[in-house]
Design a protein around this ligand. Structure first.
Ligand code: 5RP
Length: 265
């Protein structure tokens, strides 16, 4: 492996083999999402706990301090929004020149397997892998389901989607946690990261599924709303860091969360 690729991967996947990414790319389809209206404010309380953030070039340039020590995964797909007819009509939208200029550790692109835009998004992924591999930049595939396919967050579909992304040459795949998650990991020759979802009623549910996912072979998470929409984002981030990097149980993680939440008053 080239030194540049090894260097970037070392910032994405820590020496213990695990990773904690915070997603803050939601504005590219959802506009000013609750909790993420000011992305710089969302990052401040959690920056010391997360390994990397997942964000668009617009948010990085406008709202993130370029001296930050936090790793950067650049969202490079786009072209559809919540206001439009379908979320799956995406393509690769950031030039390789700008990816290099942004000096990010990785890039992420969504594929919509099984939708009318399967072919378009898979070809975008392969073109992206071709260009990024040439410069030592690891690609993370996002197995997106859009609105129409939300019921597809199940093991048979997600195993197929993850394996296809790995076959296309990505270095990491991001997918949803589901029953039988170990089958996804077992059928995917590259590391799998767990995506999040809408805010849950009880944060312990999040600690539990992240813990379970790690037991079943995920290397880490890429979570957004359950962190920055919580009343104590620092507490959630500290708790997730403990599960991911310190082998904490959901109960131990919740104790850490409550400790920070109480301090916040
Ligand atoms: C949005 C994404 C997000 O990065 C991903 O869904 C994780 O965020 P959340 O935990 O809020 O679902 O890909 O397009």
């Amino acid at each position: 492996m080239d030194w540049g690729m090894a260097n970037r991967l070392s910032k994405l996947i820590k020496p213990d083999g695990h990773c904690f990414y915070m997603a803050m790319d939601h504005g590219y389809i959802m506009g000013p999402t609750h909790g993420l209206e000011k992305p710089s404010k969302a990052l401040v309380p959690v920056a010391k706990y997360v390994d990397a953030i997942f964000a668009t070039r617009g948010v990085l340039r406008a709202a993130i301090d370029p001296t930050t020590e936090v790793g950067k995964i650049l969202r490079v797909s786009g072209g559809a929004t919540m206001a439009g007819a379908t979320l799956s009509n995406e393509d690769w939208v950031i030039s390789i020149d700008d990816i290099i200029r942004m000096n990010v550790e990785s890039v992420g692109l969504s594929v919509f397997i099984g939708t009318e835009h399967e072919h378009q998004t898979l070809l975008a992924l392969t073109r992206l892998v071709n260009e990024c591999e040439a410069y030592g930049i690891p690609v993370m595939a996002v197995t997106a389901v859009g609105r129409e396919m939300d019921q597809k967050k199940e093991v048979r579909y997600l195993s197929l989607a993850c394996r296809i992304c790995a076959e296309m040459g990505v270095r990491v795949v991001k997918t949803y946690y589901c029953d039988g998650f170990e089958k996804i990991v077992n059928g995917c020759p590259v590391p799998v990261v767990i995506a999040g979802g809408p805010k849950t009623d009880n944060i312990v549910e999040v600690f539990q599924f992240v813990y379970d996912g790690l037991q079943k072979g995920a290397i880490g998470v890429n979570l957004g709303r359950n962190i920055w929409q919580d009343e104590c984002p620092a507490g959630v981030a500290r708790a997730l860091q403990a599960i991911i990097h310190e082998k904490a149980t959901p109960k131990q993680a919740n104790d850490l969360y409550l400790e920070l939440k109480d301090k916040k008053g």
